[in-house]
Design a protein around this ligand. Structure first.
Ligand code: SAH
Length: 367
């Protein structure tokens, strides 16, 4: 059995794997084989790297642990959503959410009905919501994750590991099933930028989930928005706007005091979008706080000149959150103002509210 102090293979790049096989006096193609085994085949043990001779597997297993996280809890919603508690070596854990859509995998227990292992199965479609930190430091006043504070960053391997754990548990195959990733779980991805970006590259190049199927959401870490625009491989970008004025936004999202609304919108305006790409703005509607037509009109003015779409999210309530859910007609009226102004605007369907899996509800709640 690997001891706790062993370094892990999951999370290493092809370059890092090349150094490891080099040290063992093995040829460079072994690094590619190992990369394929870790990310494409997603082996469950080092002994299962079948392209390696037995002796080499043994040597590797003595030096390294694989590093796949453990599923420490699994909570299934009536709407098909499954919230996972994913546990790491040091005892910390985060939450990862599987949200099936379309006809594949809508069964209440989260497993695709009638799945027959590899053959004859209709492709599933769905989205995995991935965490980037244990807890979060950003302290948005309407978000439950904020109550935890930030405990630590996740490594690239720990971020990738969440995806592998869900793929395994739901028997998903990126080559067959249509899988989207949203980096919208616990934490602020742009405050763990390097590990997050490394995970993105491993997921794209190793696991085989196209960058076009990934979206990252930031609360507004302006310098990293600028870095992100320069990345050769990057997900789509979503920005949590949540309020149309500096005054209101800094009350709801203290991060605005450091990176002001003006700085944020300047970065958004200058963000190098790809052909047909739009910037997404998320807006959590809080009853009588930011949800009237005047607020909506102010959002229209702010987004002028930005190729944007808007996702409206009605507040998901939780104990310790002092805001109330907006009235449904307010949500529709808000959407109407934006659509009339020519901004594609969607109301995000709450997923897994009954199991505390919806936006802003991830806080490692056990039941
Ligand atoms: N830290 C990043 C990633 C988290 S994304 C960010 O802030 O963008 C989570 C999304 O859920 C954000 O858009 C956030 O504004 C929203 N959210 C947070 N708390 C919520 C709640 N209680 N109800 C609905 N949405 C919430």
């Amino acid at each position: 059995m690997p001891s706790k102090s062993q370094p892990t293979l999951l999370g290493l790049s092809i370059q890092e794997l090349t150094e490891i096989v080099d040290e063992s006096g093995e040829p460079a193609y072994r690094a590619r084989q190992l990369f394929e085994a870790l990310y494409r085949q997603r082996v469950l043990s080092i002994e299962a790297v079948s392209t390696f001779p037995t002796a080499l597997r043994g040597e590797l297993a003595r030096r390294f642990a694989l590093g796949t996280p453990r599923i420490a809890g699994r909570f299934a919603s009536g709407d098909g959503t499954v919230r996972y508690l994913v546990g790491y070596e040091d005892g910390e854990s985060v939450e990862t959410v599987w949200m099936p859509n379309g006809d594949g995998g809508e069964a209440g227990d989260g497993s695709a009905a009638g799945a027959s292992e590899e053959t004859g199965r209709t492709p599933s479609r769905g989205t995995i919501c991935v965490s980037s930190q244990v807890g979060c430091a950003v302290d948005c006043k309407f978000c439950l994750t904020a109550l935890l504070g930030v405990r630590r960053n996740l490594t690239a391997g720990e971020i990738v590991g969440q995806v592998l754990a869900v793929l395994h548990d739901q028997r998903l195959e990126p080559g067959r099933d249509r899988i989207n990733l949203v980096f919208m779980g616990m934490g602020e991805p742009f405050l763990n930028y390097d590990n997050f970006m490394k995970a993105v590259r491993l997921l794209a190049e190793g696991v085989g989930i196209a960058e076009a199927r990934m979206t990252v959401s930031t609360a507004g870490v302006v310098p990293r928005i600028r870095d992100f625009g320069q990345e050769p491989v990057r997900p789509k970008l979503a920005i949590s706007l949540n309020a149309p004025t500096q005054e209101l936004r800094s009350r709801l999202m203290p991060i605005t005091r450091k990176w002001t609304l003006e700085m944020l919108l300047a970065a958004a305006r200058e963000f190098p979008l790809r052909t047909r790409e739009r910037l997404t703005f998320e807006y959590v509607l809080l009853r009588d706080v930011n949800d009237d037509r005047g607020n909506a009109q102010a959002v229209v003015e702010l987004l002028r000149g930005i190729r944007a779409k808007v996702n409206l999210i009605a507040l998901n309530p939780g104990a310790g959150i002092e805001f109330a859910m907006p009235q449904p007609e307010r949500v529709l009226a808000f959407q109407d103002v934006l659509i009339r102004a020519g901004i594609p605007t969607f109301v995000r369907r709450p997923r897994g509210r009954d199991i505390y899996a919806a936006c802003g509800q991830l806080k490692r709640t056990v039941a």
